[in-house]
Design a protein around this ligand. Sequence first.
Ligand SMILES: [Zn+2]
Length: 92
Amino acid sequence: MPEAKSSKPTSPGKRSPNCLECDLVWKEYALATRNHLDAILAKEGSKQTDDIEKMKILEDAAFEAARRRALARKAVWDHAATHAGDIPEAQE
Ligand SMILES: [Zn+2]
């Protein structure tokens, strides 16, 4: 199912255009976000069935995906903070 590609995660801070690390943490965050959404969809889908076992597994998977997403988000924030002082606000 097509996910809206234009909707970007809320930017926690300035992204430095020439920083590979920024690129990396943002990519990982985007990936973790997508995995989380997929996990939620799978979990919701399993509710249509009576497969309790599968529901449990998917629920755990969704929980884990949420945790990873939060970690990835924190990595973005933490990394962005290292730039906070050295990026002029006006430049883009
Ligand atoms: Zn950076």
